[in-house]
Ligand binder design. Sequence first.
Ligand code: NAD
Length: 499
Amino acid sequence: MTGTTIAVPNRSQYPGLFVGGQWLATGRSAPVLNPATGQIVVDAPLGSASEADAAVTAARVAFDDGPWPRMSSAERAARLGRLRDVLAQWNDDIVALAVAEAGVPTTIARSSQVDAPMRLLDFFIERATRFDPIRPLPVTTLPSRHGGTILGAGVVQRSPRGVVTAITPFNAPFLVNLLKVGPALAAGCTVVLKPSDYTPLEALLLGAAAAEADLPAGVLNVVTGGAEVGERLTTDPRVDMVTFTGSDAVGAKVMAQASATLKHVTLELGGKSAMIVRADADLDAVAARGAAELTTFAGQGCALWTRHLVHRSIYDVYVERLAAVLQRMPIGDPADARTVVGPLIRESACARTRRYVAGALEEGARLVCGGRRPPGMDRGFFYEPTLLADVRADMTVAQEEVFGPVGAAIPFDDDEEAIRIANHSVFGLSGSIWTADTGTAFAMAQRINTGNVSINGGTGGMSPWAPFGGYKRSGLGRELGADVLDDFCETKTIQFHAG
Ligand code: NAD
């Protein structure tokens, strides 16, 4: 392995959990591991159900009695602007933490883990600035029971839902934390954020930024820990809403946990997205993008296109070109500026990836490249970019989320078959179509059952204006979009008799 592994980054040490505007010492800690080495980056404070309770109390008091939900949204936007300025000053630290605790290569850590989320935060602030909680209803006339006509009018008022529990995964911590905390705060809710137990530091940093920006006490609380803490935060009757990002299995549990108290629940879950390569696609461009889709975050991305459906007439050439790109990709220490493919989060993720690849070979798939730990790299949690060919749509590796750098290439004979295979999935998060015929691609996109479909690469990134989320087991609800604050609001219709 080349390069030096990152030293303890700045802003990685915290005296406790961020609760009620203060650092609450827990007396317990858990090591945060650097996935590139398996070594401890730092010991982070560890929460339990009792700190979860304290955080919900703080968020409840801040919502019921504090200034935050009562401010105008423009005032909240101004306060979030201060938070934004603090985070902007800490950008280098956030990059370092993304490398150290999540294993994101420095080459993409700044663009994906700082620049993109900061743009989203700007968007949430802009939405709050323009947010008008009152929307007039059209004046209507309805027949009266007593004869004649009633003239009616009214308004729909939006107000913040209340206390929001935000639970996030390990793979893009700062981005996903902000995706939830940003609009929830902008809408006037108070938040308890529980990050993945693998990546607590970027969440604790958000707590520190809230303190630095002088957000009112209890508006943002951060509690670390695992399932026990998550369970408490999703069952507590004082919590009004749960916004969860993670696996479909845990998402289903979260929904069940939140059901007894009938919380509003939104879920951003896994995916097994299809990349459809038609016979007239630009193969070099598609192979380059296809390789990126299999290796970004070492394949640990919910919306990555991991099933490559390729027209039979170009299938062999595509598989060969994609494998050639994958085999050239520098794999190694994410702190090294040459690294493109970093580590998986833990050894258990490597073991899961190995199991999926072995299972696929048993079911008849062909290993084109990868399928092993990179030779000579004896520490850290690495797995080579792997391509499986001759995969059938119903094989396990084409149905389940591997969450490692593994692609499944599946041939198809015509557009109908490509759409059928793309839709043959319990998931429905993302997808893409590559072709010179964008009209046909548009018609195909309309028939693909996923929350997002891009044609020839789309806009190339996450547009804050585009709602993001999934069909089927990929989730419930959407993040982002022009009405991003609405999900964090209750609506109330007030009608009046006008005549
Ligand atoms: P995970 O489901 O294992 O954990 C997610 C979070 O849930 C963690 O914070 C974890 O501690 C918590 N948790 C575990 N058990 C819980 C319980 N019983 N109650 C409440 N919380 C509990 O997911 P992960 O391994 O951290 O992340 C990978 C998954 O996240 C993948 O499936 C990926 O597709 C998905 N993901 C989806 C999106 C999206 O926007 N759709 C984005 C990123 C990741």
